[in-house]
Design a protein around this ligand. Structure first.
Ligand code: HEM
Length: 201
């Protein structure tokens, strides 16, 4: 791979910003359709979900191309996924259900519970994604960051559950996730999917 690392990182950063920039363009040009709040919430949720899947794809790509650059952008991509999930959550509260009676808001519908659980799993990973936290957690860092596997599955179920008619899109995402997890099992064993497992256990 000929691209120098800083240029590759800059490119990935810009690519990860595209969903947000595209949303801003659609807001500014007033092309969000009859329910802009719903549209903004959905676009941000989709960006979070897609970036989470892209993050999972970095290890297979690094093995395939035998290039560590993919691993070096993995953390940035994961943080972008979390960033979009935060915006998605804020848009949901702002445009759909409001900021009052939060407990009822988050426990009312199964798909909201699933989304909230996915978000809660992303939270500790985002908090511990700094170099300092990596050093402090040492060998416990990796098992903690395996929370990404249940998180992506919960996000997928959240997506599937709220779909109204055509589920083809969700099935395609489901197949991509299954493929990425299967690759992991093949290379590192099924235990590599279990989060919070003690190192060496
Ligand atoms: C507290 C957490 C969350 C809440 C309250 C929430 C809420 C919502 C709502 C209200 C919708 C729109 C449903 C509709 O169309 O009526 C939605 C869609 C969606 N959410 Fe979430 N969500 C949460 C977390 C997440 C997370 C963590 C992800 C991914 C990492 C995610 C991904 C998605 C996706 C992919 C959609 C479908 C977008 C589309 O239809 O194109 N959500 N969510």
């Amino acid at each position: 791979m000929a691209l120098p690392m800083p240029a590759f990182k800059g490119l990935v950063f810009l690519l990860a910003l595209i969903p947000l920039l595209w949303l801003v363009v659609r807001i500014v040009t007033g092309s969000l359709g009859p329910d802009p709040g719903q549209e903004v919430t959905e676009a941000l949720g989709l960006a979070a979900f897609q970036l989470l899947i892209v993050t999972l794809g970095m290890t297979p790509l690094s093995r395939l191309f035998k290039w560590q650059g993919w691993i070096r952008v993995r953390r940035m991509l994961g943080l972008f996924a979390f960033f979009y999930a935060c915006l998605h959550l804020m848009a949901f509260l702002q445009f759909i259900l409001g900021w009052t009676d939060l407990w009822a808001t988050f426990t009312r519908r199964p798909y909201i519970i699933l989304g909230s659980l996915a978000f809660l799993l992303l939270l500790p990973m985002a908090i511990t994604s700094t170099r300092g936290m990596m050093q402090r957690l040492g060998k416990r860092w990796k098992p903690l960051h395996r929370l990404v596997y249940p998180a992506v599955l919960l996000a997928w179920l959240h997506f599937l559950w709220q779909s109204r008619s055509d589920i083809t899109e969700m099935l395609v995402y489901g197949l991509v996730i299954a493929f990425l997890l299967a690759l992991r099992v093949r290379w590192f064993g099924w235990r590599s999917l279990i989060p919070l497992r003690k190192p060496g256990a």
